[in-house]
Write a protein that binds this ligand. Structure first.
Ligand code: FAD
Length: 507
């Protein structure tokens, strides 16, 4: 099968309402703009919009939505495109208009990135990249507390999903770390919302898959930024010791608890030639052969990864603290690896892998990724049936596989994001890269994994979800579906926004 191409009819860009709203000059039908808006990081789906809007202000976005909402007898779909790092066309608008959010960055009258004078928060345009938020806040010795593994994603894009990483167990996802937002709804209303003001919109938008409004500003709380980090990986052959240690470590999760870890993740090491992968070159070359022997013997090795921040005041105590933490763990003796790096280098750790792959022409390739949340009570069934079953049998893994737990109490159930019901749940990410001709093998593996979960009664939820039928979406949202649908009718009654998610307007 080749790429899924969705055909298009011409958009009437000379609609009389458009002139009235004076945004025609900013709508582009330039073939290169259309082409760029038709693809994403996944390179699996292609949907062709009629035009691309390059806004300079939130008012341009208001004008565009007004045009579709008020003036068009057949409204057209509108998708904000952040950095296009979705993998299933979620930021596309077949036959509609894609808003190229990054063009807001070029204009001085946007929100930009503004640190408050008291240093308690930063106001950020929805189009801004997290790497730029980091760099700007570090100039003030400050930083947000919750991150994604990779920072070349936009604030609006990750807040539409959740924004998870190794900090989530302690600080919650990025959506739990927002004080206020400016949002343009599907009715073209520009509204400020927070937990106290227009709270229904606030909670709808966070994790809302772009369905309720376009985020033009988010207020993110800041803390003092640490200077450096102690970064440790330890290896396990035994899944129960691995998960027991992960769960022990995330049970210490008080935000002010000085003994808590600052980051915890985990991953699988399998027979891929090298224990390192594109996302990480952590293990020293001199240790590769003994790690590979271990993998050959056990077929899967589980790698726990933790980080503790430190600065001038704590540099004399951090090693002792880390030693104590490590003493409580049951990893394989002799398989502890450590690094000591600057805070920014740690947070931006995936970038060098990206640049390397890009230089080899291996970045812009199909990415049939599958990201899941799995309740703690079923993670052993998942390990036996999927990691030790399907994955080893198919033997086609060519990408990182992440597995780490988080705490439900750090999420806010009023928000749209969907997670399992149990207090502790795991995220598992199969981050495959395929060739243009062979990515379907990964897709078939993903389908088999989903079938296995269904058959075994594993109450899995997809993160960055992708479904093709309404029934599947209803099942995904579960008890949240009614609220999600009601909010859609309230904030986007003509179903204009983020059609590429395929929730209300499968196309
Ligand atoms: P886009 O793909 O452009 O858009 C995503 C969705 O959000 C679309 O529906 C779009 O219409 C909507 N949207 C975009 N901007 C706005 C806005 N301003 N207002 C409202 N809706 C908007 N995710 C994690 O949680 N943790 C990770 O560690 C992580 N690592 C990643 C690493 C890589 C290499 C990649 C490619 C992705 C990773 N992701 C991760 C997934 C990523 O968070 C999502 O794909 C995210 O949506 C990408 O952001 P984007 O700016 O590219 O959004």
């Amino acid at each position: 099968m080749s790429m899924i191409k969705i055909s298009s009819k011409p958009l009437d860009v000379h609609h009389k309402g458009m002139k009235a709203l004076d945004i025609a000059a900013k709508l582009s039908v330039d073939p290169s703009a259309i082409e760029a808006a038709s693809r994403d990081f996944g390179h699996i789906v292609k949907a062709i919009p009629k035009a691309v809007l390059h806004p300079s202000t939130p008012q341009d976005i208001v004008a565009l939505i007004k045009l579709s909402y008020h003036y068009s007898s057949v409204p057209f779909g509108i998708a904000a495109k952040g950095h296009g790092h979705s993998v299933r066309g979620q930021a596309m608008a077949n036959n509609g208009v894609v808003i190229d959010m990054k063009s807001m960055k070029k204009h001085p009258n946007g929100t930009g990135i503004r640190v408050s004078t008291d240093g308690l928060y930063v106001d950020v345009g929805g189009e801004q990249l997290w790497i730029d938020v980091l760099n700007k806040t570090l100039e003030h010795g400050l930083a947000p507390v919750s991150w994604t593994d990779y920072l070349y994603l936009t604030v609006g894009g990750t807040l539409s999903n959740a924004g998870i990483s190794g900090q989530t167990f302690r600080y919650g996802p990025q959506i739990s770390n927002v004080l206020e937002m400016d949002v343009i709804t599907g009715k073209a209303d520009l509204m400020t919302c927070s937990p106290k003001k227009n709270s229904e919109l606030f909670h709808a938008v966070l994790g809302g898959l772009g369905q309720f409004g376009i985020v033009t500003r988010a207020r993110i709380p800041l803390e003092q930024a640490p200077k450096r980090v102690k970064w440790i990986r330890v290896l396990y052959s035994d899944f129960s010791s691995f998960t027991r240690d992960q769960e022990l470590l995330i049970s210490r999760n008080g935000q002010k608890d000085k003994n808590a870890l600052d980051y915890l993740e985990g991953s699988l090491l399998m027979d891929q030639g090298s224990p390192n992968n594109w996302r990480s070159s952590f293990f020293p070359h001199s240790d590769h052969s003994r790690i590979i022997s271990l993998i050959t013997k056990h077929r899967i090795i589980y790698c726990l990864e933790v980080v503790k921040h430190y600065d001038y005041e704590t540099e004399n105590t951090v090693d002792k603290q880390m030693k104590q933490i490590l003493q409580s763990l049951s990893y394989m003796p002799g398989f502890m690896f450590q690094k000591d790096v600057g805070y920014e280098e740690f947070l931006n750790r995936v970038r060098s892998g990206e640049l390397k792959l890009d230089s080899q022409g291996l970045w812009e390739v199909p990415h049939p990724w599958l990201n899941l949340f799995i309740p703690k009570s079923q993670i052993f069934d998942f390990n036996n049936g999927v990691f030790r079953g399907i994955v080893l049998e198919r033997n086609i893994t060519t990408g990182p596989v992440l597995v780490y737990p988080m705490n439900r109490q750090k999420w806010d159930d009023r928000m749209s994001a969907v997670i399992p019901d149990e207090e502790i749940f795991y995220t598992v990410g199969f981050l495959h890269s395929g060739g243009f001709n062979d990515w379907e093998a990964f897709e078939n593996q993903n389908k088999e994994i989903m079938r296995f979960c269904k058959k075994s009664g594993i109450m899995v939820k997809q993160y960055l979800p992708h479904y093709s039928t309404e029934d599947e979406w209803v099942h995904h949202f579960g008890s949240k579906w009614k609220v999600f649908r009601r909010r859609k009718h309230q904030f986007d009654p003509r179903m204009l926004l983020s059609p590429g998610q395929g929730i209300f307007n499968n196309n």
